[in-house]
Design a protein around this ligand. Structure first.
Ligand SMILES: Cc1cc2nc3c(=O)[nH]c(=O)nc-3n(C[C@H](O)[C@H](O)[C@H](O)COP(=O)(O)OP(=O)(O)OC[C@H]3O[C@@H](n4cnc5c(N)ncnc54)[C@H](O)[C@@H]3O)c2cc1C
Length: 417
């Protein structure tokens, strides 16, 4: 089989899969190369939440001030794998720099623009997939178990900009239904209208793959080792020695994008922000939208007949072994809440969010290698921004001006001036 295609997309997570489909829709032949290392990436393991309200990047003085109280050692979700300091230390120095109020304000503006367009793009994507039910626009809920944390949470969200998402009190019905599912008494809660969830993330990935193949797209397993420019075109070399010189290459390799971008001569300080989940049968959870238990920094999402509890932000080398204490903590939370997960045989997962120091994604065209496009660094918002990213990348691939100003997402922002 010949692998000659107009566009090669490196990475078969949700960003790569959507970019491939959008590029194909715009008339280019496509090949996805994914290392299929057996580890299910972030695109599989996430919480499924369409988080259109998360306008403020986590590179901010507020996030920095809150960090000590959120450390894993004190019961919180934030952890740093000390042995991997070389993987996250230099990133952390850049992060501190990105926390200045002017940068945070500009970042909020940039993310707001993306998030305002993300919902319509997702709607269009699920229509194209012939699977509109994959997007459930039923918002999400947030609850607190103590009046003190409830007052603090309400104040924070009351002052936050939430874009197209509206916050309201829980209805009596919502509060009563929730309380029947949860053992401890809930102190308070709010509802977010306007976002939602992907009804089943595994099914989304499968449907994307099937449609890409059905329309003539190809996919092969392999690890891309290097990307450089040869005679004005991107030149891709795989670990097994295979070389390809398509018109367009899209780097969409999640955390793996850093090394690929460096091979192409870019500075791309992407870090692995690792998260964990446990998952089991949904039991009598019902059809509740995603519920954030803010005191426990945990989100519970139903996917088809499964229930998933996700949490943690662990800075580490993406390849380091998982920390089983995190699954134990999730099980403890599930048990305290009386979730069906506490009783069932739960599956465990760990994987890495790809995150840049300013918590903005990198989407754009390389200035170093002709025909090279990049789309990675989607941090906690990769699923939410996936469909829009696909549209923007397809614009770049066919030489159209994207509908959104991509200058805030240019990877050149990390290069020394
Ligand atoms: C616990 C958790 C919860 C989350 N919850 C949400 C949520 O509710 N909502 C939301 O919007 N986002 C959420 N996210 C974030 C979201 O999952 C990610 O931003 C998104 O999945 C990133 O997708 P990606 O395709 O860029 O990367 P990945 O999913 O990591 O996929 C990258 C792929 O590229 C491949 N690859 C890498 N390098 C190479 C190479 N050199 N050659 C070939 N292949 C390569 C990898 O093997 C992988 O298959 C969550 C993340 C985590 C961890």
């Amino acid at each position: 089989m010949t692998w000659s295609r107009d566009a090669v997309i490196v990475g078969g997570g949700v960003i790569g899969a959507v970019c491939a489909l959008a590029t194909l829709r715009n008339g280019m032949s496509t090949l996805i190369i994914d290392d299929a290392s057996g580890e299910r990436p972030a695109s599989y393991g996430n919480a499924g939440h369409i988080a259109l309200e998360q306008l403020a990047p986590l590179a901010s003085l507020a996030a920095l001030r809150a960090a000590p109280g959120r450390l894993f050692a004190f019961g919180g979700p934030l952890d740093f794998r000390v042995r991997d300091v070389s993987a996250w230390g230099p990133w952390a120095l850049r992060y501190l720099k990105a926390c200045n109020p002017k940068a945070t304000k500009a970042g909020t503006q940039a993310l707001s623009t993306l998030l305002a367009a993300a919902g319509p793009a997702l709607r269009a994507l699920v229509q194209d997939l012939g699977a509109p039910d994959l997007l459930s626009e039923h918002g999400h809920l947030m609850v607190w178990e103590s009046p003190r944390t409830a007052a603090r949470g309400r104040a924070t969200w009351g002052a936050a900009e939430t874009g197209t998402v509206r916050i309201r009190d829980l209805s009596e019905g919502e509060a009563a239904t929730l309380q029947t599912r949860i053992a401890p008494p809930l102190a308070d809660g709010i509802a977010f209208d306007g976002g939602g969830q992907i009804a089943d993330v595994s099914l989304l990935l499968q449907t994307l793959d099937e449609l890409h193949r059905a329309r003539g797209g190809a996919r092969r397993a392999g690890r891309v080792a290097d990307i450089c420019e040869v005679e004005g075109r991107p030149h891709v070399t795989l670990d097994d020695g295979t070389t390809l010189t398509p018109a367009v290459v899209v780097i969409a390799g999640g955390v793996g994008s850093g090394a690929l971008m460096r091979s192409a001569g870019h500075v791309a300080p992407v870090v692995a922000e690792r998260g964990y989940h446990i998952e089991g049968p949904a039991g009598d959870w019902g059809d509740l939208p995603p519920v954030v238990f803010e005191d426990r920094a945990m989100i519970v999402t139903r996917f088809a007949d499964r229930l998933r509890a996700s949490s943690f932000v662990e800075f580490a080398d993406a390849r380091s072994p998982a920390d089983p204490r995190k699954w134990a903590r999730l099980r403890d939370h599930a048990s305290a809440l009386g979730l069906p997960l506490a009783h069932a045989e739960t599956a465990t997962w760990m994987g890495a969010r790809p995150t840049l120091p300013d918590y903005l994604p990198a989407i754009g065209r390389s200035r170093r290698v002709g025909g090279l496009i990049y789309a990675f660094g989607h941090q906690h918002l990769g699923l939410t921004l996936s469909a829009l990213t696909g549209e923007l990348v397809a614009d770049l691939a066919v030489g159209r001006t994207p509908t959104i100003d991509l200058s805030p997402f240019d990877i050149g922002r990390f290069e020394p001036v």
